[in-house]
Design a protein around this ligand. Structure first.
Ligand code: NAD
Length: 471
């Protein structure tokens, strides 16, 4: 009996040994989950084509479920915190607490399928429908300044519209973009969505962006960024949506609630360290209230520079010789910039202000830093004229603090901006403390304005003759 047991034990041990050796050969290697991140642009696009065909034949109810899945994945506490922290760490731009707000807004307030409103015409000849239908695969280029916000809001809008999306993020936002694309695809797959509704390449680069722009299976291009990329997609020969640069001015006239204006301007200008393209970049104030405005801005976290030489030192520090902001200062805090000039302030300082003339580079350049030049003018009409000049025809965003309805209307007309905010911080224009939905792709140059699902759709007509008019 003892002998038998020993033999059996030996046999079991031998069998286990063989199994452990044979196991890797017997079973296929587990599938590597890419969750939308591919080695080459071709692979990312081909996977997106397959996914789009599946999405095209999904029910609208399913599309809305996928939108809700994206919202829930972003709003999951650990995801929201991780993407907001990683964005700041990787790009070295902006402020964690404000990224939390922006990402949350993108998830909660970007419209879903309800945005696709069908037009119906009925009459003696029957029924005609005009519906918002997908383009197919969209190539979307995203900026360093809102890396995750743009991926969230573009993904929701584009998928709601029945499209799939290949992202080309800025190389300096590679890791956080990959992390987000993977989180979203994983959640989508778990919710039963087709794989690869959202894709990107492992190594984003200008070369890969060019491949995406040229690829015949990418039917619509959407660029959220500066002038170079907007011009590039608009010259591609494809349908393109350009969401470009701004240099939003603020006008404050003598009828304004100056104390509120001062606070609103500092709040808007310092939001995410001034990187939002809608954020206050220069102020034109009527002389009568300028001292009062500056006084209240200082009470609300503004540090005033009055020494001319010091202001020019600041210009040399943060701008390039040939003009434009130095990348290393974009999205840095006022405290950080002042420290580089040997000035120590506490965290209550959020914005650096100074009086300049209207042609000063700090006024005329989109800096994306909490540096806010103030130009003193004799009257509101001059303020509006200078504001129009400083916006450079971007027609992006402008703010005005006034109680004079006539002048508010005049500025709105003269500026022709996509967003015009009255008596509030700039971010009210994207739904933070203001009514209306949120977007992080504001397409001024091509006219879609505050983009949503329907901006990424084709209008198609379906005609039924001699029937279905029931009036
Ligand atoms: P950026 O123009 O440097 O980069 C934007 C994107 O374009 C990146 O993905 C980048 O890799 C790509 N890119 C830039 N030049 C390219 C080229 N020649 N070829 C191929 N790809 C190219 O801008 P940024 O610093 O990341 O973002 C800030 C700019 O974007 C600001 O001008 C801001 O106003 C603008 N912006 C506009 C909106 C909007 O909705 N209108 C939103 C966010 C940012």
């Amino acid at each position: 009996m003892d002998m038998d047991m020993k033999v059996i034990e030996q046999m079991v041990a031998q069998a286990l040994k063989e199994m452990s050796v044979q196991q890797p050969q017997q079973f296929a290697a587990p599938k590597v989950e890419r969750y939308g991140v591919f080695e080459t642009m071709d692979e990312a696009i081909e996977a997106s084509v397959v996914a789009q065909q599946k999405l095209l034949f999904s029910k609208m109810e399913d599309r809305q479920k996928y939108v809700d899945t994206i919202r829930a994945a972003v709003l999951k506490k650990e995801n929201l915190e991780l993407m907001s922290r990683l964005a700041v760490e990787e790009t070295e731009i902006g402020c964690y607490e404000h990224k939390l707000i922006k990402n949350r807004m993108a998830a909660e307030r970007t419209p879903g399928t309800e945005d696709l409103i069908t037009e119906a015409t009925t009459g003696d000849n029957g029924l005609t429908l005009v519906e918002y239908c997908p383009f197919g695969v969209i190539g979307a280029i995203t900026p360093t300044t809102n890396p995750t916000e743009t991926i969230i809001c573009n993904s929701i809008s584009m998928i709601a519209g029945g499209n799939t999306v290949v992202f080309s993020p800025h190389p300096r936002a590679k890791k956080v973009s990959q992390m987000l694309v993977k989180v979203l695809n994983k959640a989508l797959i778990e919710a039963g969505a087709p794989e690869n509704l959202i894709t990107m390449v492992e190594e984003p680069s200008i070369d890969n962006t060019n491949k995406m722009i040229e690829h015949p299976k990418v039917r619509l291009l959407v660029a959220t960024g500066g002038p170079a990329i907007v011009t590039k997609v608009l010259s591609s020969g494809k349908k393109a949506i350009g969401a470009g640069a701004g240099n939003p001015p603020v006008v404050v006239d003598e009828t304004a609630d100056v104390e509120k204006a001062a606070k609103d301007i500092v709040d808007g200008c310092s939001f995410d360290n001034n990187v939002p393209c809608i954020a206050e970049k220069e102020v034109f104030a009527v002389d009568q209230i300028t001292d009062y405005l500056i006084h209240y801005m200082k009470l609300n976290g503004a540090y005033e520079m009055t020494n001319r030489d010091q202001i020019e030192q600041l210009v040399a520090l943060v701008t390039k010789e040939k003009g434009g902001p130095k990348t290393e200062f974009v999205g840095k805090s006022a405290k950080y910039i002042l420290a580089k000039m040997g000035i120590t302030v506490d965290d209550s300082v959020r914005v650096i202000i100074m009086e300049t003339d209207k042609d000063h580079p700090l006024v005329q350049t989109e800096l994306m830093m909490p540096i806010l030049p103030i130009v003193r003018v004799s009257d509101v009409d001059t303020a509006i004229e200078y504001a129009h000049e400083a916006e450079h025809g971007n027609r992006h965003t402008a703010m005005m603090h006034s109680k004079n309805v006539e002048k508010l209307s005049k500025m709105a007309k003269v500026m022709e901006t996509t967003i015009f905010v009255k008596n509030a911080p700039s971010y009210a224009g994207i739904g933070i403390g203001g009514e209306g939905y949120t977007t992080f792709t504001i397409a001024g140059p091509t006219g879609e304005g505050l983009t949503s699902a329907r901006s990424f759709c084709r209008k198609r007509k379906c005609v039924m003759t001699d029937a279905f008019s029931i009036r």
